[in-house]
Design a binder for this molecule. Structure first.
Ligand code: AMP
Length: 403
């Protein structure tokens, strides 16, 4: 059985084809710069190394057409017939107020998704275009939508409501939704296995630290709070996002620069802030920030400290509301690859029973592993995330439920 995972961004389409017998990714690639003068198609398979070619791709439909044609290629393709694909799993960033779990695509589901456009206008229309393109290219093959927000839907109301007049919740659906849910869910399940606990009995704080970062509190396998909010702008200091700031700062900026548009303000907070703004390093790439810090760059050091401090604050708050945890998980680009960040986030928490073993923390590895000392009450783990594999599993589950 093969599962195709599709991730439509604003100007790109990423895909991965999984063989579910082995859970192996057998073909994957990306079409980038969709709608620009020159687009690019990078693809590879388990047997053919990466090929990159320039092309002209006007929209998401053309991108998906190119991908499917390529997957069916008689010489280099990975499938012989579209019927080899059991299901297509679509990554959807925001399920809004309509979706609390993965769903099989139907006309009603598409209508509901359209109603959520205003909550994630930069993402949802592109997901929609991808869903329609797949329907045309793969007639009769079921599609499942897997939402980044779904895993967080178990939060209690006192965690997800904002203390603003209730019409903004009732009419405008303004509340905390949380993001990176597929990643938090995946690592939580792996952590439960590593701790020999039932996935519905494990208590964890999961730290997804990447370009975008979020920390989640998990009680008995279910989310009870998470650091991102209505959008992915909230919570930790991130690569180019400011994370939590006093909302009055925004009011102040708008009154001081009345010509600033909402798009410009959005851009300022999402793309020109965070580690990038504090360190002066473009994109806030953590590798460059760490290199600069180790060479004595004070701005880079401040940015690093701010990111780690914000992660530590959420970690400790969630440890508190959970009344202690079985484990702490680090995942995503920074969480998986930066021993310095993990060490700094966990520094000085021995009174909470959190102790990192340097000799386990420092070596690089792409495998899941423990990095805490033997006598650490709380186990600290590094678990490489695999959102695509989680999407394939969730898609198959939805398909099986419908049978
Ligand atoms: P992601 O969004 O999960 O792809 O993570 C991207 C972030 O991970 C970027 O800030 C990268 O600089 C960071 N990253 C990747 N590898 C390393 C590394 N070896 N050390 C520190 N940061 C890293």
């Amino acid at each position: 059985m093969k599962v195709l995972v599709v991730n439509c961004g604003s100007s790109s389409v990423k895909y991965s084809l999984f063989d579910m017998q082995t859970e192996a990714k057998i073909a994957w690639g990306i079409v980038e710069c969709i709608g620009l003068e020159e687009s690019f198609y990078k693809r590879q398979t388990i047997t053919v190394p990466q090929v990159k070619s320039a092309c002209k791709v006007a929209n998401h439909f053309e991108a998906i057409q190119m991908i499917i044609t390529d997957l069916l290629d008689s010489k280099t393709g990975s499938i012989k017939d579209i019927k080899d694909i059991a299901v297509v799993g679509h990554r959807v960033v925001h399920g809004g107020y309509k979706f609390s779990k993965p769903v099989l695509v139907s006309e009603q589901v598409k209508k509901d998704l359209k109603e959520c456009y205003s909550i994630a206008p930069l993402h949802t229309p592109h997901h929609y275009a991808g869903i329609e393109a797949i329907e045309k290219m793969l007639p009769g093959i079921p599609s499942v939508l897997v939402f980044d927000t779904a895993f967080h839907q178990t939060m209690p109301d006192y965690a997800y409501r904002y203390a603003i007049p209730s019409e903004y919740y009732g009419q405008d659906h303004v509340r905390k939704y949380g993001m990176h849910g597929t990643s938090h869910k995946y690592v939580a399940q792996i952590a439960a296995k590593m701790l020999n606990k039932d996935k519905n009995e494990v208590n964890l704080v999961t730290c997804h630290l990447g370009n975008g970062s979020s920390v989640t509190a998990i009680k008995n396998g279910k989310v009870i709070d998470t650091s991102m909010g209505f959008t992915p702008l909230a919570g930790l200091v991130m690569g180019t996002r400011c994370g939590d700031i006093d909302p009055a700062v925004i009011v102040h900026i708008l009154s001081k620069y009345p010509k600033m548009t909402s798009d410009e303000l959005n851009n300022l907070l999402n793309k020109q802030s965070g580690v990038a703004a504090v360190s002066g390093i473009k994109g806030g790439d953590m590798r460059e920030v760490e290199d600069a810090m180790l060479k004595g760059d004070k701005k880079a050091e401040l940015a690093f400290n701010m990111l780690c401090y914000s992660a530590k604050k959420f970690l400790c708050a969630y440890y508190g509301i959970l009344n202690g945890v079985d484990g702490i998980v680090f995942t995503a680009g920074i969480g998986e690859n930066s021993p310095l960040t993990r060490e700094k986030v966990c520094e000085g928490l021995d009174n909470l029973g959190i102790k990192i073993d340097k000799s386990l923390n420092e070596p690089r590895s792409s495998k899941e592993r423990f990095i805490s000392t033997d006598d650490s009450k709380v186990k600290v783990m590094v678990i490489p995330t695999n959102e695509e594999l989680m999407i394939t599993k969730e898609s198959i589950d939805v398909l099986n439920e419908k049978k």
